[in-house]
Design a protein around this ligand. Sequence first.
Ligand code: GSH
Length: 267
Amino acid sequence: MADLRIFSYLPNPRVWKATIAGRLCNVDVEVLGAKPAELKDWLWDFDAKLLSTDEKERYLADARVGRVGFKGGSLIKTDAFLSAHPFGTVPAAFSPDGSTGIFESNSIMRAVARLGEKRLPLYGRDPYEASRIDSFLDASLVFGRDTQLYLLALRGDDLPVDLHARAAEAFAVYLAGIEQALKPRRRYLVGEALSLADICFVAELCLFSNERPRRAALQKRGLPLVMSDDWGETFPAASAHLARLAEHPAFAPDVRPYLQKLQSLAA
Ligand SMILES: N[C@@H](CCC(=O)N[C@@H](CS)C(=O)NCC(=O)O)C(=O)O
């Protein structure tokens, strides 16, 4: 039995926060799920599974209306799922017996770090470091929230211009903070070692890289990519940090194929 089970649409960079931390501190993370469009046919539950048409009929009472990313769609979330995950979102993590639900990808990642803290202190070496890591995780959540609707809107035909402006502002603010934190020539965001702050940064930027293949659609509307081709010139330390960690053995299995796919879609 794994130390933690996660259900999500896949691939999802927010799930990697936990899988990368798990590789680093030797915590067994089990991941269940499927492509976003397929999750409407899944049972959202600790025992998440693909349902046959007949099985779906039996769960009609558990059909709920999706809100973010699945807006307006019908999702089959059991009462037990909503009890464990009151906001009804994925990634959704569970303790091995399913009794405790952990939601918000940063908190799921913290759970992994706590489970593996004796092997590697990814969540800081003292209360001050841990709290500074929390500061980065909070800033990353604000970035993630401010850009989420933009990324979701890019999947459709109708992109409100104000979402682009809000995402551009969020990107500039977040990257400026990361750049500043890495000065002068710091190897990690907090202290002298890799921490949850670095993992979270990589995952959020990879998620934001979903903007890249939408360049043509943006151009049609007269809008530039927020994560422009020369973003590394504006934020050299942050972009070097991302490039270096993408090749790290604990990150590469998740990050490399994902970025390669986005690159080929953008070409
Ligand atoms: N800040 C959250 C974001 C989670 C979130 O918004 N998930 C959306 C998918 S992108 C969801 O599960 N939506 C379920 C629904 O629409 O009912 C995290 O980092 O985990």
